[in-house]
Design a protein around this ligand. Structure first.
Ligand SMILES: Nc1ncnc2c1ncn2[C@@H]1O[C@H](COP(=O)(O)OP(=O)(O)OP(=O)(O)O)[C@@H](O)[C@H]1O
Length: 305
């Protein structure tokens, strides 16, 4: 059993079927739910939290049925909603502590946990300032802090990188990785950007039009291409000389920047690369496996739409 399991889960809004016969199982760890805008990600999280009743099908969260046990699910699960929901005139310290108390923590424990989580998300210094003056990145971190203040077993993060610049997005993804891997909280995080969660998530679930398109470990999805990138040390243009020498030996090779990508046809190919570089009197700096990116995997499969 996963931290989340659904069977034939369907949500029909008046005009749109947001979830359509969705069956998925989310294991312990960090899982990315990826899908274009409108794919049904937020609707799924709302059903899993017991905030929205499905039209048909079942869901289990930590073994509980959110339609009948929503309050118990929300005690054990944290939630970071997608949209800005922070009161402007309240400080992060007051807000997160209030959310901790609402989740059932005694006041003294809530105060301690608040200062811990605000430190973890990097808001220690700003914690007494009203949140209305926060940058988008700080607001996202305050929303994340309130989601984990009660030490949940599982946390749902809905598009936590929305509106962030590239640097803040990387910081947020690192923080999410730490929550998942260092604090032992399972994380289910949504994104409409396919490549974004590749580095952070152990597993990727792709949904499209409310249906499951693919679910797999990230490592399996981005399995190696069977090619290697070779980097050599020598005078300018030496990479082209190596590439030509490999072609002369019947090995497919082509330039990628100042490196050479080589198709490994047999284990002997690696020996040939080494011999060619040595015979030319050059140095071999690195031979590195080439992995697919998630974007490549899905563009090869015709995209998510
Ligand atoms: N309360 C609602 N009433 C009617 N239709 C809705 C409602 N909420 C969502 N929808 C529709 O259901 C579909 C799925 O929306 P949902 O918000 O779950 O997708 P999403 O993948 O989270 O996308 P986004 O990131 O843009 O929110 C969309 O077509 C959306 O317009």
């Amino acid at each position: 059993m996963g931290v989340v399991d659904t069977q034939a889960l369907t949500v029909q809004y008046p005009r749109v079927r947001a979830l359509d016969d969705l069956a998925l199982s989310i294991p312990i760890g960090v899982t990315g739910i990826v899908g274009v805008n409108g794919a049904g990600k937020s609707t799924l999280l709302k059903v899993l939290l017991g905030l929205l009743r499905p039209t048909a099908g079942q869901a289990r969260v930590l073994g509980l049925d959110p339609t009948t046990d929503g309050a118990r699910v929300r005690e054990r699960v944290g939630y970071m909603p997608e949209h800005d929901c922070l009161p402007a005139d309240v400080s992060a310290a007051e807000f997160v502590m209030h959310m901790g108390i609402m989740s059932g923590l005694p006041r003294t424990v809530a105060r301690e946990r608040t200062s811990d989580v605000l430190r973890h998300v990097g808001l220690a210094e700003e914690r007494h300032r009203p949140m209305g003056g926060y940058s988008t990145g700080m607001k996202q971190r305050a929303k994340l802090a309130q989601a984990i203040v009660h030490s949940p077993e599982l946390v749902f993060l809905d598009e936590p990188t929305n509106g962030l610049d590239p640097r803040s997005r990387d910081d947020m993804l690192d923080l999410i990785g730490r929550i998942g891997h260092d604090f032992g909280i399972s994380v289910t995080v949504t994104s409409h950007l396919l490549g974004e969660l590749e580095r952070t998530a152990d597993n990727i679930v792709v949904i499209d039009g409310g249906r499951l398109l693919r679910a797999s470990s990230t490592a399996d999805l981005t399995h190696t291409t069977g090619n290697v990138l070779v980097e050599v040390l020598g005078p300018a243009g030496c990479d082209q000389v190596v590439g030509q020498a490999l072609l002369d030996r019947g090995i497919r090779a082509w330039p990628v920047g100042n490196r050479i990508e080589v198709q490994v046809q047999s284990p002997g190919t690696l020996d040939v690369i080494r011999d060619v570089v040595v015979d030319l009197g050059l140095g071999l700096i690195r031979v590195q496996e080439v992995h697919h990116t998630l974007e490549e995997v899905f563009s090869a499969a015709g995209g998510t739409r």
